[in-house]
Ligand binder design. Sequence first.
Ligand SMILES: O=C(O)CCC(=O)C(=O)O
Ligand SMILES: [Fe+2]
Length: 367
Amino acid sequence: MRRIMLGPASENQSVCCFLGTKSRERERGEQPQEKQSFTTISREREIMESFPVINMGNLNGDKRAITMDKIKDACENWGFFELVNHGIPPEMMDTIERMTKGHYKKCMEQRFRELVASKGLEYVQTEVRDLDWESTFHLKHLPASNISQIPDLDDDYRKVMKEFAVKLEKLAEELLDLLCENLGLEKGYLKKAFYGSDGPTFGTKVSNYPPCPKPDLIKGLRAHTDAGGIILLFQDDKVSGLQLLKDGQWVDVPPMRHSIVVNLGDQLEVITNGKYKSVLHRVVAQTDGNRMSIASFYNPGADAVIYPAPALVERAAEEASEGTYPKFVFEDYMKLYAALKFQAKEPRFEAMKTMESNPNLGPIATA
Ligand SMILES: O=C(O)CCC(=O)C(=O)O
Ligand SMILES: [Fe+2]
């Protein structure tokens, strides 16, 4: 494994990333590339070094305007950013990491090995396009928590995940308001847009990406954009693997201890009328490390009606921007997404437009 320490990131945090050899073959778009030129690697490092890191502590002092601009730039040009000083206690994150890794060893690892063996995944010779090399379980927090019903979780693990979810929910709502401010929308607009009749949907996907013998043939998680609103990710600080597509190139989201990675989903693209875009990302498993990730999805409520914010449409029209986004019920979008997650988002938007003009069609059946 090749380990590259990048210089201090812009917020005086050292960003370290691990580049394996075979397991970290980079790709342009979805085209597999056996070897990378020096120029490609330098370009990739250059992009990675400019990955936006936002120090939330700076939102309270004389660096507020600069920090807000940085968030704006990240939303407009990356669809991703990384938060430090976000207010979630580092000790809580350490406890969660320890318990998540312990839970994987105790309750998930054997199951994953059996799954791999039953499908012969260790010996694949051609690219696998219908499976991901990940071991996961899901928790629901809102509108109702299901944590008490998840089997195999220790009580203290349940308790800390519940507390973590409350903090993440607050952080997500704080971020939505920062986005409103940058977009020129009234405070609370996005929260309200997500609310529906029963409040937002909020859940967590806990994942492990175990060492993978063929990372070039089977992805940890295939490329996709997220369907929902705003996503908050607590990722392993040692084993990298999450990549986003930036300017046609896959680049690592740098692991950084105690940070929270944020990315924007399809719903924010619709509501902002394309001012902010959901961005393709994927996970590349490593040959020699198990990566933990805890992704929390703050999404609209099932019956929330999603459409571009009128203020942004008017402004966009003035600027003669092209393209319009559909109006739909979030639940209908999710039914479509379940079948089309690993495909481009544009046909999903088109399909919702067709439903909008012909409501009797209903969403595509996914069962
Ligand atoms: O595990 C990660 O880092 C990302 C997971 C992800 O993108 C997803 O579940 O949608
Ligand atoms: Fe994702």
